[in-house]
Design a protein around this ligand. Structure first.
Ligand code: SF4
Length: 491
C-alpha cells in the first residue's frame, strides 16, 4: 500500500470555508442557470479582469488570419491530415487498437462516460490503488474522473502546474492549455501558502519549486499514472503527449500502471503526421516552435528496460462523437485542442474564460461541441456566446469553420425552439427586407429611433431585449456615421 499524497494535504482548508461555486471542479450541475445569468456573474467575478488582461497579451498575428508563409502551408497540411483521418475514423481506430495490443497494451472502447469510468474502476480496484498521479487531460474532466476515483478511495493528484493550481482552488480549468489563466500569482501564492502552512509569497519560481517538491514524492509513490493523449498513431500504436514540464514523462513511466484516456478523434493515421501536427499544436497553443517535452509511449515496459509501467491501458471514449461523423459538424472533430480559438475570442476573454460556459469545454470550440455532445437542453444556446467576429476561425490551426458552425447551430436551435409568433415576425422581416422599398423604410425607421430616449426604446416590442446593455449613438454621432459612409469611410 502506498502512503497518501502530501501534496494536497492542506487543500481542504481552501475549499471548505466557502460555498462551492458553479465552476467548481466537481460541480457541473445536471441543469445550469440560463446563459444570461451565468454570463452576468462571470463578467463581475474579480478573476475576469486577470483573464482578460492575460489573454490580450497573448494576441498573435494569426488571430487575425495572418498566417505567415511557411506556417500557412503547415496549416493547410494539418487541416488536410485531420480530415484524412476522419474520413476513415473507424478504420484508423481499428488499426490503432491492433497496434496498441501488438505493443503489449490493452484497449478499452467506451461508448459513454459510464463505460469509461467502469473500465478505469476495474483497473484501479484490481491493483488496490490508493494514489494516482495525473497529467493534463480534458477528457478526464469530461467524464468527471477525479470525482469517481475519489469516491473509490483513490487520491488523485494533478501534476501539470496549471491543473495542480486549479485542483487546489477546487475549480475547473478556465482554458484548454492555460487552466489557471484566471488566477494571478498572488492568488496562487495564497492557495499554496494554505497548503504549506506558511507564507510562500508570490514569486513564480518559489511557487513552482514548492509544487515540484510536493509532486516529486507523489510520482515516486503513485500506484497509477493517468494521462490524456494528444495524438494516437494508428500506424504504430504510439501515444504522443506534449508538455512543458515533463510531468507526462513521469506519469507514464514511474507508476506500475499507466492509464491513457482519449476521445476517439485523437487518432491520427500515420506516424509522419506528427511532424506537422506537433509543431502546429505548440505554435497555435503556446506560441512555441515545439513544446519542451514530447512523450511517445509505445507500450508497457519490455524485458530489459529500466523504466516504464508494467501495464498500459488505453481508454477510448466515444461520448457521442460518432453521432457527429457524417453531419455538417463533422469537421469539429478535427480539433487538436490547442485553445487558440479561446485565446482569440473576445467574448471568451470578456466573460473571464471557460467557466462562464458552464461546461468542461469553453470558448468557440466549446460552444460548438458542447451542444452536440450534451444531454442538457439548456446547452443548446451556447452558440450565442459569440460575437461572430470570425477570430476563432482565423486562429484555428486546422481550419475548422467555427463561425459557420456557430451560425448553423443557432439556426438549428431556432428551428426547434422558436414560437409561431417569432417565426411569423421573422418571415415578415424577411419579406420586408427582400424589397428595396421595405429595406429603405426600416432603415429610415431605425435612424429615426436614434432620437428616442433609451427608456422609451427599451419598452418597444422586440427592441427591448436588444436595447438592454447597449447605448444608442447620439444624433450627432449618427449624422457623422452617415457622412463617413457617404464619403467612403474618410473622416
Ligand atoms: S477548434 Fe481549432 S483553434 Fe479551437 S482548440 Fe480546436 S484546433 Fe484549436
Amino acid at each position: 500500500m502506498s502512503p497518501r499524497s502530501s501534496a494536497l494535504a492542506g487543500a481542504e482548508r481552501v475549499g471548505t470555508d466557502r460555498e462551492r461555486p458553479e465552476y467548481a471542479s466537481t460541480h457541473i450541475p445536471p441543469h445550469r442557470r440560463p446563459l444570461p445569468l451565468m454570463v452576468a456573474d462571470a463578467v463581475h467575478r474579480p478573476e475576469t479582469e486577470t483573464t482578460r488582461a492575460r489573454l490580450s497579451l497573448r494576441t498573435r498575428e494569426w488571430d487575425i488570419g495572418r498566417w505567415p508563409g511557411a506556417r500557412a502551408e503547415q496549416r493547410e497540411r494539418a487541416a488536410y491530415l485531420r480530415r484524412r483521418t476522419l474520413a476513415d475514423l473507424e478504420g484508423n481506430l481499428a488499426r490503432l487498437t491492433e497496434n496498441i495490443e501488438a505493443n503489449g497494451g490493452v484497449v478499452h472502447r467506451a461508448k459513454d462516460a459510464a463505460e469509461a469510468l467502469a473500465a478505469i474502476e476495474r483497473i484501479v480496484t484490481r491493483r488496490q490503488a490508493q494514489l494516482a498521479v495525473k497529467s493534463k487531460s480534458m477528457v478526464s474532466e469530461e467524464i468527471h474522473l477525479n470525482d469517481h476515483l475519489t469516491g473509490l478511495g483513490v487520491e488523485v493528484v494533478e501534476t501539470d502546474l496549471g491543473e495542480y493550481i486549479v485542483q487546489i482552488a477546487d475549480e475547473r480549468p478556465a482554458h484548454i492549455v492555460a487552466p489557471a489563466v484566471h488566477l494571478s500569482r498572488t492568488d496562487v501564492g495564497r492557495r499554496f501558502s494554505a497548503i504549506a502552512g506558511r507564507d510562500l509569497g508570490d514569486d513564480p519560481d518559489d511557487l513552482a519549486a514548492f509544487a515540484r517538491e510536493q509532486l516529486r514524492e507523489d510520482f515516486r509513490n503513485a500506484d497509477v499514472g493517468i494521462s490524456g493523449v494528444n495524438f494516437a498513431v494508428a500506424e504504430t500504436g504510439t501515444l504522443a503527449l506534449v508538455t512543458n514540464e515533463g510531468n507526462a514523462d513521469m506519469v507514464t513511466s514511474q507508476p506500475p500502471v499507466h492509464i491513457a484516456v482519449m476521445t476517439l478523434e485523437k487518432v491520427v493515421q500515420e506516424f509522419a503526421d506528427l511532424e506537422t501536427l506537433l509543431p502546429i499544436l505548440s505554435k497555435a497553443g503556446a506560441n512555441q516552435e515545439i513544446t519542451v517535452y514530447q512523450t511517445l509511449v509505445n507500450g508497457p515496459r519490455r524485458e530489459g528496460e529500466t523504466d516504464g509501467p508494467e501495464e498500459l491501458h488505453v481508454v477510448i471514449l466515444d461520448g457521442g462523437r460518432s453521432d457527429i461523423v457524417g453531419t455538417r459538424y463533422e469537421e469539429a472533430l478535427a480539433c487538436i485542442r490547442c485553445g487558440a480559438c479561446q485565446t482569440a475570442c473576445p467574448v471568451f476573454g470578456a466573460v473571464g474564460g471557460g467557466h462562464a460556459y458552464g461546461n468542461v469545454y469553453g470558448g468557440p470550440i466549446g460552444a460548438v461541441i458542447t451542444p452536440l455532445l450534451s444531454d442538457r437542453p439548456e446547452d443548446r444556446d451556447l452558440p450565442y456566446l459569440s460575437s461572430l467576429c470570425g477570430a476563432c476561425g482565423d486562429a484555428c490551426p486546422v481550419k475548422i469553420p467555427l463561425p459557420d458552425m456557430l451560425v448553423d447551430l443557432r439556426a438549428d436551435y431556432q428551428e426547434e425552439t422558436a414560437s409561431p409568433a417569432t417565426r411569423a415576425a421573422w418571415r415578415a422581416w424577411a419579406r420586408t427586407w427582400a424589397s428595396r422599398a421595405g429595406f429603405a423604410a426600416t432603415i429610415a425607421g431605425a435612424r429615426a429611433s436614434a432620437v428616442l430616449p433609451e427608456r422609451v426604446l427599451r419598452r418597444l416590442p422586440m427592441a427591448g431585449g436588444w436595447a438592454r446593455g447597449r447605448s444608442m449613438p447620439s444624433t450627432k454621432d449618427a449624422g457623422q456615421m452617415r457622412r463617413r459612409r457617404r464619403d467612403g469611410g474618410r473622416r
